[in-house]
Design a protein around this ligand. Sequence first.
Ligand code: NDP
Length: 327
Amino acid sequence: MHLTRILVASPHKPSSTRMPRVAFLGLGAIGAPMARHLAHPEYDLVVWNRTASRATEFVAANAGARALATPAEAARDRDIVITCLPVSSDVASLLDGPAGLLHAMESGSVLVDCTSGDPATSQRIAARLAERGVGFLDAPVSGGVTGAVQGALTVMVGGETALLARVRPVLECFGTRIVHCGDIGTGDALKAVNNAMLAMHIWGLAEGLVALEKAGVRSDIALDVINASSGRSNSSMNLFPERVLSRAFPRTFRLALLDKDVGIAAGIARDQRVASPLLQLTAELFRMAHDELGEAADHVEAVRVVERIGGAQIGVAAVAPNGATSA
Ligand code: NDP
């Protein structure tokens, strides 16, 4: 774990070199492993989760953390509040009321939103916090649950560089690459476009492999060749061998969230008046897959929709130890 003493500005102690006190809100599939890296006595980590049992389980497994009952209780006296929720509107919904963040966060503190959010909502959240002297950074992450467990995420940050300098040591607890992207909302924008690329690779590769299966080329052979050729991607090198050929489809990143991300990217392209037929089509396809497979499905399960439409399964033929097809 990376622990660095940073300058903390607080109304009570204008400047000191104590460790920042951190709250983490949202202990979902990626939030929990991110927060785990902060469960260290020096950060005096407090956590909040909408479903309280998840916070209780987290605290039971992480001795350095305490669970509190509301966002306001968690945010009170904190230098840095980190959120990691499905969408930006969920973060906005935590601001108001007696249990809300606006009520509790002190002037000089910072909200770091690690949600893969949308730029416009992040800008509105930032403006509301600024009225109370609270800073805001959009800081979505990439690297998946594995990267979160390893503390090796990429963090894409939008907002003031001075604020980022203050929170960087905390972000470095779960991220190895912390990139300042520009003004508020630019981290969200970059994250959405990255995930739109992920969606395109998954869908395009699934179409290609289903077509090849029907044309008589086994998917494991096709992937071997593609992965040594110019068509390769993270999907072909990692996701398909580990999750599709094996038919394991572990649930680490919900399809609903990838649908949301592609929708954000498609919206950005429209707002910027960029001709983007491929992005718009990808958004349509992932909305359709999300509707068909539901809220719990993993993003890679979108392949199942391509297989259903195409009428063949990827990697259905098991390979015997001698390399012969057994089915
Ligand atoms: P999950 O669906 O696993 O968890 C969502 C978390 O948000 C849960 O703690 C849930 O609480 C909480 N939550 C949901 N709705 C609300 C609400 N209205 N108010 C308060 N809390 C709420 O999501 P992930 O952890 O996978 O994703 C979180 C963010 O990180 C998303 O924006 C996602 O796109 C992004 N992300 C995820 C990655 C992954 O691999 N999973 C990779 C990179 C980014 P409860 O327990 O009550 O349901």
